[in-house]
Design a binder for this molecule. Sequence first.
Ligand code: ARG
Length: 398
Amino acid sequence: MKVVLAYSGGLDTSVAIRWLAEHYDAEVITVTVDVGEVKDYEAIREKALRIGAAEAFLIDAKDEFASEFITPCLKANAIYEDGYPLATAMARPLIAKKVVEVAHEVGADAVAHGATGKGNDQVRFEVTFRALDPSLKIIAPAREWGMSREEEIEYAKERGIPIPVGIESPYSIDQNLWGRSIECGKLEDPAQEPPEEVFEWTAPLDRMPDEPQYIKVEFEQGVPVSIDGERMSLVRLISSLNDIAGRHGVGRVDMIENRLVGIKSREVYEAPAAITLITAHRALEALTIERDLIHFKRSLELKYAELVYYGLWYHPLREALDAFMDHTQRTVTGAVRLKLFKGSCMVVGRESPFSLYRYELATYDRADQFDHRASEGFIKIFGLPTAITRSVLRQLQE
Ligand code: ARG
């Protein structure tokens, strides 16, 4: 049997290479997908071969991740439960898609992933596998083997599987262009503040600059295209914002999150670029999108984030919502000025050729052209249903 395994280079997927060979007598082919912000992917590929993979693929999917996954999520301002910008959630369907592509290329019978039986990632991988090719068998070694972390380390040691450096770190970490997540260890007590050691992308208070930094982000139809006038690829733009905003401590999130499998878990995130870009994007939408449209869009954004979190990237509702979101972005072009300072990211200016702001309507000075007298009749009619209903309800009290 030929199995294509989504390989991150961490302990679980490293052990999985050998375990699949032993338990399924499988020829294991690994696929490592570069979705950004992890340094040495070539070393990960070589490690897979050393452990015993028959072939090891390394796929640079950074541009695709930025244009096909991050972009639609940013247009939808997708944030799960008011805190999580969905970095892991949006990368899983892309990784799964690459795994299926390789499975077709090498003629594999099965696909595998290293996610455990109590998280969201298993759902995201497997829903995508089934959506893209229901004929592939799915194997989830970490759900089957029933080993504790200590037993896994023991299993690895016995077989000479290199144990990742820093494995004594009690934290489980996942990261890509859109953010970094930290789970486990001391974080499992939700009453306790996260220890400073869990943060890598965001500066602690005593290392943040003492001067605010202003940056200007320009968007074209909802997509960020430049920082301070310098045009760059989306991948570079996001990566530089992770640095710039991270230096000011922007993008830390500490939340209790509802997993799809029904567990509440304590999650800590660092997402400097994601938080900065969503903040800026919302501000530009506020200037350029009509009132009822933006109110309605905000309600759909919640649904969008939920679909992505639940691993339903290939669900028809996500695609239909994308069509709606895209339509709303036609005028979301312009610039937003942000002030980064001591952990905060404040919008301090916005402009657009499609701005719906009218000075002569908004102003309180002499240039005012709003027809104040028209308001009188407007309010009478606008408040009519309320007035009639109230007068009827008063009868109840008599
Ligand atoms: N709670 C987040 C999510 O469900 C982060 C998951 C991190 N995954 C991981 N394998 N460490 O998307």
